[in-house]
Design a protein around this ligand. Structure first.
Ligand code: UN1
Length: 499
């Protein structure tokens, strides 16, 4: 049994019990792979207290030394890349090359954070007063809570955790209840790094297994100085309101409704594979998945025909089988959401190609679908809604600026891209009147970002930025310091105050 081997290689047995209340099913065949315990809600306050106590010690460890722990963790990931990738595939259903890619993203994040641990730079600022010096210093923030989604069950955590750890924070991680084993495996690997490291306090990171009530506890606790939440806009809204009510900090990376514009000069040899990877990769379950395709009328018919041909031939099935490119949807709810969206799209004038459930006889408890292309006469309400499934809405455009306006005319603002060889169009798209998204690409798709760039988006995507070169600032607090080394006390703004 492949799942038993993976569970034992990653030392997950101690977390599992045949009577555990939370059953974990693999989306590959719907089989139960383990049962685990949930964190009692009554334990959460003491968990937060322990994290805070750990913070009081960890904040005093010099940042490059904290970086050493992340370096050791990166070594563990390198050693266990294949096992962890298998677990990610087993639990999330993404194809194995993508599981490996996800672990690679974590390794990249470790390397990046280790370098940053020597670069937590503050400014020196000119003072208007003689013999004064001003500067900024960055200090560890406190306990960071992380709520992460099923679709990137490990990498999203690594974006946050690697930075938070070098910044001197301690962590409480609430993974998706659909993929907690991956989180527990990451915790084991982190523990192995901690065992080889001399300066870590206990409880540097704790895992909390639970649903929205557990997440609510993190949102309400004043000790959680930053709550980083990645997932749906609905979840983010609940979390953000609670955190804002106590003037806490949240870092939100929420829904996307990502678009591609294919302009008349586009190189279709690039556009076609980019559409395929970004629309059907991860079975359409990335926050960066391509969901809206605007094609110039001069290319519309040939491009849609080629796409349909490719969609028809897509190898779909068990994600461990390396010939497949599309695995299952995460669960039945997700399947119904896709079917509902397809029905709504038809009611709104769309023509559907694909979208049906397949492999039902072989896998009655798993939800494999043929990715769908839906030709829409215009951008109707269903097109403006994110459905987390391989469902691509295709629309025709005539005028370039109209296409940009349509692209921007949705509530979400995560990722976007343009295929063109016209430099004016490319620059316009990247300029202030162009894409309003956090990610805007030219001649590549909207998904598959590198960790070096800030990742996140505007509007209902939540405004947060994870990974990227200055994201570390979200995990620290900033102090402005003014030092007077004169023998007088001049006041700023030229004020005299003689008493
Ligand atoms: C997500 O889907 O939540 O840019 C993250 C990408 C990946 C991360 C996706 N590097 O598609």
């Amino acid at each position: 049994m492949i799942h038993q081997q993976i569970i034992s290689k990653l030392k997950l047995e101690p977390y599992t019990s045949p009577t555990g209340p939370l059953a974990i099913h693999s989306p590959i065949d719907g089989q139960e792979i383990a049962r685990i315990a949930e964190t009692p809600l009554t334990d959460i306050d003491s968990m937060i207290d322990r994290a805070h106590a750990a913070f009081l010690a960890w904040r005093l460890v010099p940042p490059p030394k904290r970086g050493e722990l992340v370096r050791l963790f990166g070594e563990e990931l390198r050693t266990h890349q294949e096992d962890l990738a298998h677990l990610i595939t087993l639990e999330s259903g993404k194809i194995l090359v993508e599981g490996r890619g996800e672990v690679q993203e974590m390794i990249d994040m470790c390397d990046f954070a280790v370098g940053l641990s020597r670069q937590l730079y503050g400014l020196t600022i000119s003072s208007e007063r003689p013999y004064h010096r001003m500067m900024e210093t960055w200090h560890p923030l406190g306990v960071v809570g992380m709520i992460t989604p099923f679709n990137f069950p490990a990498a999203v955590w690594a974006w946050n955790a690697c930075l938070a750890l070098i910044c001197g924070d301690t962590l409480i991680w609430k993974p998706s209840t659909k993929t907690p084993l991956t989180a527990l495996a990451c915790q084991n690997l982190l523990n192995q790094a901690i065992a080889r490291y001399e300066a870590a306090p206990e409880n540097l990171q704790q895992i909390m297994i639970g649903g929205h009530q557990a997440g609510g506890k993190l949102a309400e606790s004043p000790h959680i100085r930053l709550l980083s939440a990645t997932g749906s806009t609905a979840m983010g809204r609940q979390v953000a309101l609670k955190v804002a009510a106590r003037f806490g900090r949240s870092l939100l990376e929420l829904g996307g409704n990502n678009a591609m514009i294919v302009a008349p000069t586009a190189d279709l040899d690039l556009a076609l594979p980019a559409i395929l990877f970004s629309a059907v990769g991860t079975a359409g379950q990335r926050c960066t998945t391509l969901r809206r395709l605007f094609i110039h009328k001069s290319l519309y018919n040939p491009l849609v025909q080629s796409l349909k041909k490719r969609y028809h031939a897509l190898p779909i099935g068990n994600p461990f089988d390396e010939k497949n490119r599309v695995g299952p949807l995460i669960d039945e709810t997700s399947y119904h959401a896709m079917q509902n969206a397809l029905r709504q799209a038809q009611q709104e004038g769309g023509t559907v190609f694909g979208g049906a459930r397949i492999l039902e006889d072989a896998c009655p408890n798993a939800y494999y679908v043929r990715p769908a292309i839906v030709e829409m006469p215009q951008q109707t309400p269903v097109v403006c809604t994110e459905t987390f499934a391989p469902l691509l809405y295709v629309m025709k455009y005539t005028d370039f600026t109209d296409a940009i306006a349509l692209q921007n005319d949705v509530a979400q603002g995560l990722s976007s891209c343009l295929f063109t060889n016209d430099i004016r169009e490319a620059e316009y798209f990247l300029g202030p009147a162009g894409s309003d998204c956090g990610i805007a690409n030219v001649n590549l798709g909207p998904s598959g970002a590198e960790i070096g760039g800030a990742f996140g988006g505007e509007k209902e995507t939540g405004g947060g930025r994870e990974s990227g070169c200055d994201a570390w600032k979200s995990y620290m607090r900033r102090a402005t310091n003014t030092i007077n080394y004169s023998d007088t006390l001049p006041l700023a703004q030229g004020i005299t105050f003689d008493v």
